[in-house]
Design a protein around this ligand. Sequence first.
Ligand code: GLN
Length: 537
Amino acid sequence: MKKSDKDRKLQREGWPKYVFVTGGVLSGVGKGITAASLGVILKAEGFKVSIQKCDPYLNVDAGLLNPVEHGECFVTHDGKETDLDLGHYERFLDFETNKYSSVLSGGLYQELIERERSGGFHGKTVQMIPHFTDLVQEKIEKASEGSDVHIVEIGGTVGDYEGPSFIEAIRLFANRVGRENCLYVHVVYVPWINTSKELKTKPAQNALRDLRGFGIIPDVVVCRTERSAPRSICEKIAAFSGIPGEAVLNLPDIESVYDVPFNVLKSGVLQILNRFVGTDTEPNMAQWQEFSELRSKKWEKTVKVGLVAKYVGNEDAYICVTEALKAAGAWNHVNVDIEYLNAEMVTDEDFARVDGLLVPGGFGARGAEGKIKAATYALEHDKPYLGICLGMQMACVAAARRSGKGDAGAEEFGAKPEERVICLMDGQDGKGSTGGTMRLGDYPAKLKKGSKVAGIYGAIDVVERHRHRYEVNQKFLPEIEQGGLVISGTSPDGKLVEFVESPSCRFFIATQAHPEFRSRPLNVHPLFGEFVGSLSE
Ligand code: GLN
């Protein structure tokens, strides 16, 4: 479709279009990546795509969820703490999600109860239907503003205890915008039974029956399998579920998530998508193809990054950091080997073994000494170091200790007032609630002219996302500088330290911000690009 045609079409009724992605049988089979891949294809056809996750958890937001259990907490530019799926969405679609892009039941209940307490319901009884379901629909409309196509992923699987009101809300949504403007995609798992050597379709049939029980007959069924399934399997599921055969697609496992968009295209979904959005174009996947090839290539050179961290058991706990490193490796034409170094027991031998050290964000005293040790080692052995948030705070403590202030520490870890190189900032005394009391989202910084970091950004004024409660104590700036670090970036008023660097090291840069949240496969963050580049020098 020519752009002008599309523009005309957008002015007509019926836009945006909505794609709802639900799951059946079990969760964790790639529903989020499937949803994001549909977005990649639509974006590659020239549509403006937005995407949102509705999670039935009773949490208000994802800020207090345990990273070991739930993976990393992602932060949007406008400061919402969300599920890591939003990170996948941003990486896949190279766009900025916002505070409406993540909806959790707890947040919705809180909003409804506050409205009820303030008399907002004028004495009416407040119910799941219509009040909760209306609120879900409002959030969906809000998140879709300005897009051509809006994708909504519903967390968990259909039939979960917490889920029905979300499923009901998306069913009702078709009444609001017209069924023809909604595409329901159900992702089911088809297990391979090794003893009988066959794929079993019964769980998928049951999952489709469950969805039908809620009044939704999906337009697309995605069958996730370990290995490629014969067409007859999809036809069988189609026959038992009253869905046309061409709408039941197979998505076998694939090594890299970045190849899923190609797998989705191969499955035959394009025809259905194109019919839905009224176009007959082919998506332009050239850039994506280039990245996918670079990413899967085995390069001659391998660089080893030591990730000095607390949660070494769950790779998802630092997923934005590891994805940024790997993408930086692809564009730098090196393999990046990430070694998780347990901050609680790390030694100088571990530091010596790797080509560079990365200390990511973190909370709590556990492992803090190991992170200080890593920064000290990097400063003393010219080992490339990238410090993120806590990784910058610990670098400042390391520098202060090197200057002779041996008792330097952080308020968060119980240091006495006169020892606090890192301390609580005004207005963040943590009184009251633990959730949502941090400096969150985008904040500007001014970089020092001529600093390494200004050279890497190619700018003096930068904006990065934040998620922290503590700050560098201004009283200790002389000690930090004596210990070998330069303050190379501050908040525009000069009051908060945002970046530090070592002028004598090959690469030693640390920031109070979280640059990993803005790194995209097709647009790698320059700090990660340069850090990985410095490891093969
Ligand atoms: N715990 C530190 C703080 O709250 C660092 C936070 C982080 O690394 N994200 O300031």
